[in-house]
Design a protein around this ligand. Structure first.
Ligand SMILES: *Cc1c(COP(=O)(O)O)cnc(C)c1O
Length: 372
């Protein structure tokens, strides 16, 4: 008798069943979730220019990384890289880790976040509250290597920096760009002049830039990032080997290097914002909306005012859209603590005055941004 080798191993079969259940859990979560709000602001100095801010802090896990985490889990599951009882790991300065921990809990998986030891304490707590484990690394440059060590021991590496741009479906599937353009449909300027976002993994900017082309819109994409960041320097010189000229206090953006997910080709302008201005921007946003958002939202806001000042000077009207990336509570012990600011040499009063002057008069809030 010939012995027949079973083509489907029973263990694999059980794994496939679990994958289907996990994908169903993600689909159910998506069905239970509402879209994030697009909040509108107008300023006396910018007559005829409408500002919109997509409130990504209102996701259940508190930041725009909720979208990315869902996409990364989907990508891992559909590529057969994630099975039952497998540990999940990623390197993250915080927001991604919180959202990945949130989804790990949903799927019943163990999750380890590799984080720089200097990460805001509030973010570390948020990961732990969701049941995630935190592996702190003293040298921020070593987080990728540490995540790779966990992967070598069998963990599934979600790899936000390597896969963000690939894992997000930019054509549809409720991506952030499709959502923004849909929400603007009844506005007086439904095709924005500018969309402004930061560059952490580069996933958000790649998705928005691709979608604008896909939909044949004239909207231009501007990256707002800390002055001297890897993205700003790399984009200006079209050099993927560029590195940051200085570190930044703004978490989530301002990467030290050009990450694999940065798609320079879809970016029309890049504005480098000094940390002091970003922080003043975050405080002012807190006042304008009645609750606080994080530092990268402040970076976006300052860049929006710069672009609006140019539009105004050129006699243009229209709309500018940007993002509120995460909740301000995460920074209570850092950006929103006056003692912490003093200890880090930040005097936000000067920038605060210049931002207030800008929204009152329509002039640029800081020295002209580099041309693009
Ligand atoms: C990740 C992140 C960004 C940048 O988004 P990417 O899609 O990763 O480029 C901005 N702000 C915060 C708070 C983030 O966590």
């Amino acid at each position: 008798m010939n012995s027949v080798v079973p083509l489907i191993q029973p263990l694999r079969h059980a794994g496939r069943r679990w994958v289907h259940e996990a994908l169903e859990s993600l689909a159910q979560e998506a069905a239970r979730s509402a879209d994030t709000h697009l909040l509108k602001l107008n300023f006396p100095g910018f007559h005829g220019i409408d500002f919109y801010f997509k409130d990504e802090a209102s996701h259940p896990s508190g930041s725009l990384k909720h979208r990315l985490a869902r996409s990364l889990y989907l990508y891992a599951l559909c590529n057969g890289r994630l099975g039952p009882d497998q540990t999940v790991v990623d390197a993250s300065s915080g927001s991604t880790a919180i959202s990945e921990a949130w989804f790990a809990r949903l799927l019943g998986l163990r999750f380890i976040a590799v984080m720089p030891a200097c990460t805001a304490p509030g973010k570390i707590r948020d990961v732990q509250v969701l049941g995630g484990e935190v592996d702190l690394v003293d040298d921020p440059a070593q987080v990728h290597a540490r995540a790779a060590e966990h992967a070598a021991r069998g963990a599934c590496h979600l790899d936000q920096f390597g896969l963000a741009e690939r894992a997000t479906d930019w054509r549809g599937n409720n991506n952030i760009a499709e959502s923004i353009i849909g929400q603007l449909a009844r506005e007086r300027s439904p095709e924005p002049h500018w969309i402004v976002c930061g560059a952490g993994t580069g996933g958000t900017s790649a998705t928005i830039g691709r979608y604008l082309r896909y939909r044949r819109l004239h909207t231009r994409l501007c990256i707002a990032d800390p002055a001297g960041s890897g993205f700003i320097r790399g984009w200006q010189s079209s050099d993927r080997a560029a590195v940051a000229s200085q570190p930044t206090l703004i978490e989530g953006i301002g990467r030290p290097r050009v990450e694999p997910g940065f798609v320079f080709e879809v970016v029309d302008q890049a504005i480098g914002v000094p940390d002091e201005a970003s922080i003043a921007g975050a405080w002012l946003l807190g006042e304008l909306f009645g609750h606080r958002y994080g530092g990268s939202s402040g970076t976006n806001f300052v860049a929006c005012l710069n672009l609006a000042a140019t539009m105004r000077a050129e006699g243009q009207r229209g709309s500018i859209v940007s993002l509120l990336c995460d909740r301000g509570e995460r920074y209570a012990e850092t950006l929103f603590d006056p003692h912490w600011l003093t200890a880090h040499g930040i005097d936000r009063s000067r920038c605060d005055a210049s931002l207030r002057h800008s929204i009152e008069t329509g002039c640029a809030p800081m020295p002209r941004a580099p041309a693009g």
